[in-house]
Write a protein that binds this ligand. Structure first.
Ligand code: NAD
Length: 482
């Protein structure tokens, strides 16, 4: 079994006084690797080394930074099979999805390699003669990425590509359940020739010491966080002391609205893909499926058929389409939500309990579950289930269903299905969400800005806005010297 050190200032550091922690395969319960838990000195060193590397990295021509980024992406794609296996072992998702995640993440690196070359400034006409108003974009400084366990590769690559292309050093702290993908990313960037200190990966069994140190250090100027709304709020409060730029990609409670004129073949295909990708453990996962009352029975029958064809199993097995949930607490939450729905009158059409079988080596598998007779009083409608549970809820009126869809503190993503273009425009404009799919629930794209409204986040990742999270705009007024 492998032991990973932390990657600090371009060097692999052996476990120190904080020892190591275990990474466990959720499909089998077996320990996959031991990882060094960073000491306070390790964390402080990562900031010192970033500071030392910052000026040269910012001054390097964007095209040279671009070459390094592209080389790293090519190295990762060259070993995509190996990286996908590591990802599946630490996180559980089926291998094909792990490969897709790595390719998607490398797509962000390629995208930002080019965006960094287009970090254009502006000149603006002045109000007096002989003056010039110039606006330039400059790297914000040392940046930090804190990432969750559900997409251990792409969540970091999306932040890292933007930060490095903008000219910022980055220190990454991966989720304690899934640090291996981040450490493998460090290996690829190291091989690609990234200057020492520009990127560090600091792993820890507990996040608190890392947070205390980086939030108290005024040299850290940007913190890009993906994870729960609760922790996002905490980081925003802690960032206030030094007015850090805090970018947040937080939780969701995504609604889908299926109108009576929807193409049900498209609804089933898209909803299945969104709901069961990563076992439902995605922030954009369809959580509340509002279906017009005239078609709800037909959609339930079709969904049930599609769900019965899913294959629950170890993600490393080529036939598996639904892997294990990431940890025991995740399965317990799904069980709680399903039990609460049943107690309040919902009916289970498919699944409803932990999956078991001779091939399943842990009790963290949950059957793809279809609930009908659901209403807003149930937990499945109030908070992220983060599991393979699809609740169908009837509606009859457009205005009413839009209000119900908006009736949440979250605003990450929403979906609607209709053939009526006027309704599609009306409803998308009324929905209070940062990302909306129309007849589409699988909208991941490196070239589009992704992010949430309300308590789902601040800032945008990817696309033409992604670089801005790591840049300052500087307004320079040039007067006339006689
Ligand atoms: P989490 O907030 O518990 O953990 C995310 C990261 O924050 C981890 O690295 C963790 O170590 C760290 N962390 C936890 N407590 C911390 C603290 N007190 N101080 C500093 N860091 C701390 O979230 P999770 O359970 O790993 O991930 C699931 C959540 O992430 C869900 O709510 C999901 O919706 C959200 N998510 C959002 C997006 C998005 O793009 N909006 C994407 C994926 C996941």
């Amino acid at each position: 079994m492998k032991t990973y050190g932390n990657y600090i200032g371009g060097e692999w550091r052996e476990p120190g006084t904080s020892g190591t922690f275990s990474v466990v395969n959720p499909a089998t319960g077996e320990t996959v690797a031991e990882v060094a838990s960073a000491t306070a000195d390790d964390i402080r060193d990562s900031i010192d080394r970033a500071e030392a590397a910052m000026a040269d990295w910012a001054a390097m021509p964007a095209i040279e930074r671009s070459h390094i980024l592209r080389r790293a992406a090519a190295i990762m794609m060259g070993r995509v099979d190996e990286l996908a296996e590591i990802l599946t072992r630490e996180q559980g998702k089926p291998l094909a999805q792990a490969k897709g995640e790595i390719a998607y993440g490398c797509g962000f690196i390629d995208w930002f390699a080019e965006e960094g070359r287009r970090a254009y400034g502006t000149t603006i006409p002045a109000s007096v003669p002989d003056k010039r108003i110039v606006v330039v974009k400059q790297p914000i400084g040392i940046s930090v990425a804190i990432t969750p366990w559900n997409f251990p590769s792409v969540q970091l690559l999306r932040k890292l590509g933007a930060a490095l292309a903008a000219g910022c050093p980055m220190i990454a702290k991966p989720a304690e359940l899934t640090p291996l993908s981040s450490l493998e990313i460090a290996r690829a960037f190291d091989e690609a020739g990234l200057p020492k200190g520009v990127f560090s990966v600091v792993c820890a069994a507990e996040p608190y010491e890392f947070t205390d140190i980086i939030m108290a250090d005024p040299r850290v100027r940007a913190v890009s966080f993906t994870g729960s709304t609760e922790v996002g709020k905490l980081l925003m409060r802690r960032g206030a002391d030094h007015v850090k730029k805090v970018s947040l990609e937080l939780g969701g409670q995504a609604p889908t609205i299926v109108f009576e004129d929807a193409d049900l073949d498209v609804v089933v295909a898209e909803t299945m893909a969104s709901k069961f990708r990563n076992m439902g453990q995605t922030c954009v996962s369809v959580n509340r499926i509002y279906v017009h009352e005239s078609i709800i029975d037909e959609l339930a029958t079709r969904m049930q058929l599609a769900m019965s064809q899913l294959e629950v199993g170890d993600g490393l097995h080529p036939n598996s389409t639904v892997g294990p949930l990431v940890e025991p607490a995740a399965v317990e939450k799904v069980e709680r939500h399903v039990a609460d729905a049943i107690a309040k009158g919902a009916r289970v059409l498919q699944g409803g309990k932990r999956a078991s079988g001779t091939d399943l080596k842990s009790d963290q598998f949950f059957e793809p579950t279809l609930l009908v007779g659901v209403d807003e009083s149930m937990q499945v409608m109030q908070e992220e289930t983060f599991g393979p549970v699809a609740p169908l809820v009837p509606f009859s009126d457009e205005k009413d269903v839009v209000a119900r869809a908006n009736g949440t503190p979250y605003g990450l993503s929403a979906y609607l299905f209709t053939r009526d273009i006027n309704r599609a425009i009306r409803v998308t404009e009324a929905l209070e969400f940062g990302t909306i799919g129309v007849n589409d629930s699988t909208f991941s794209a490196v070239q589009a800005p992704f992010g949430g409204f309300k308590e789902s986040g601040l800032g945008r990742e990817g696309g033409f806005l992604g670089l801005d999270e790591f840049m300052e705009y500087k307004f320079i007024s040039i007067g006339n010297v006689r």
